[in-house]
Design a protein around this ligand. Structure first.
Ligand code: PLP
Length: 458
């Protein structure tokens, strides 16, 4: 297999790629004459391209390869399940064993908070689909409770909740809204809790966190509390640039959603399954969601699977009062995807990946990342569990940013790519989310590469 991968003729693949493959989130004009970099194989925390170059993948693919590449037991689980039962749906009063076992496993991993339990799971194949499910489920819930006017879902600017019509609408990416007449009706946004961008001069993180949460209350009052169905948020914003909220933010959000009785959706597509040092991210911040979106890390990206953990407040109403919920996907509870997820969660448990992040490699990454604050280009360097972000600034003293037309983040990303490091740029924020199997030595290796690329960007 490895030999075959290395035998690829890069130019030929690139020519076919440009002739036939319409890529997601890609400006094809940028590829003209250059060609996409062809990734052919992977192991542990590294990927290789078709020219044989080894690259340290500090993004875990797209924030998903939590268990690292090359885990044979996940491939074995897929093979065994494909030979036993490659497909059967769970529509129309049927079920399948891996889906049942995975639902039970996930329920056992989600701790009870404030008397709220997560005993039910609805499966999809991605984070976007799961957030579409959330929109339908939340509206169904309020309909069943005789409050059909509660339709409005509040989200945040610069949030990322997926790329389908509902996912992109819930998200707060203006570039996505501009294409396709979004958001769809009854979705509205508040500002993000981003201290760097939104704090007042001299405002402490704690004060800012409370003030930023207050924007939710203002929005609820503006919309009319009787019309608000839910608030959705990522525990730490990922695609928006690793925006870590101040500690005061989530407790105040909890107070507000409780006061107005609205549902809280925690979109943990990135943050669950060890990324922040816990199985689920609400554990880290201590809030009580009603619905949890998950995907990515549940299978470590080896096969598509997503879903919604449905808390008992919503599950009880859907199950006891709901009749048929006219919603589902062909691949909801796909047996092969569920079997891989089960093997992945067992592996993560055995190797205690959440615990490693919480007690070992997470604190070490924080320590090493903090050193970057001394670099002349770095305005702020922050970590939370195993995600981290850097702000690139023109002038550290005055916090002056670079002219966006210079695309300094993209320049830095280019240096990373050429130096054998995958790091992502969001404007002038450089972000990472490495595999949770990374060793301390590999963190040192990654930090060396990051410094080299920052120096080259200067
Ligand atoms: N929600 C969050 C927080 C995400 O980060 C993502 C993807 O990055 C999604 C939803 C969408 O997931 P998918 O790309 O699997 O549809």
């Amino acid at each position: 297999l490895v030999r075959r991968a290395e035998q690829h003729d890069t130019k030929a693949i690139q020519a076919l790629d440009s002739a036939h493959y319409l890529h997601p989130f890609t400006s094809h004009g940028d590829l003209a004459g250059v060609g996409a970099r062809v990734i052919t194989r992977a192991d542990n925390i590294y990927v290789w391209d078709s020219e044989g170059a080894k690259i340290l993948d500090a993004m875990s693919g797209l924030w998903c390869v939590n268990a690292g590449y090359g885990r044979k037991e996940l491939a074995d689980a897929a093979y065994q399940q494909m030979m036993t039962l490659p497909f059967y749906n769970s529509f129309f009063n049927t079920t399948n064993v891996p889906a049942v076992q995975l639902a039970a496993k996930l329920a056992s991993l989600a701790p009870v908070v404030g008397g709220r339990k997560f005993e039910h799971v609805f499966f999809s194949s991605s984070g976007s689909e799961s957030n579409d499910t959330n929109v339908r489920m939340v509206r169904r819930y309020w309909d069943l409770l005789g409050q059909p006017q509660r339709k409005v879902i509040i989200s945040r600017h610069n949030a990322y909740h997926g790329s389908t019509m509902a996912g992109a609408s819930l998200g707060g990416m203006s570039g996505m809204h501009a294409q396709g007449d979004l958001p769809i009706p009854n979705i509205t946004h508040i500002e993000q809790p981003h201290h760097w961008d939104n704090a007042l001069p001299g405002e402490s993180h704690a004060d800012f966190g409370r003030r930023a949460a207050g924007w939710l209350e203002e929005k609820i009052l503006e919309v009319g509390p009787e019309k608000v169905a839910a608030f959705i948020a990522e525990p730490v914003q990922g695609a928006g640039g690793v925006i870590i909220p101040p500690e005061t933010y989530w407790p105040e959000i909890q107070r507000i959603v409780d006061q107005y009785g609205i549902l809280l959706i925690s979109d943990e597509v990135i943050c669950a399954f060890g990324r922040l040092g816990h199985w689920f991210a609400y554990q880290k911040f201590g809030y009580r969601p009603d619905l949890i979106t998950f995907a990515k890390g549940v299978t470590s990206g080896y096969i598509p699977l997503g879903g919604v953990m449905v808390g008992d407040r919503v599950a009880k109403v859907l199950i006891e009062q709901g009749g048929e919920f006219n919603h589902g996907y062909t691949y909801s509870g796909h047996p092969v995807a569920c079997a891989v997820a089960l093997a992945n969660l067992e592996l993560m448990e055995r190797e205690d990946l959440p615990g490693r992040v919480k007690n070992d490699i997470g604190p070490y990454l924080a320590e090493r990342f903090a050193e970057l604050s001394d670099h002349p280009l770095v305005g702020a360097a922050e970590t939370c569990g195993f995600v981290a972000g850097l702000v690139l600034v023109k002038d550290k003293g005055t916090r002056e940013m670079f002219d966006p037309a210079l695309s300094v983040g993209m320049i830095c990303r280019g240096h990373c790519f050429r130096s054998g490091l995958i790091m992502r740029a969001v404007g002038d924020r450089m972000i990472i989310a490495p595999p949770l199997v990374m060793t301390r030595e590999q963190i040192d290796e990654m930090m060396g590469l990051i410094v080299k690329c920052l120096d080259a960007t200067l």
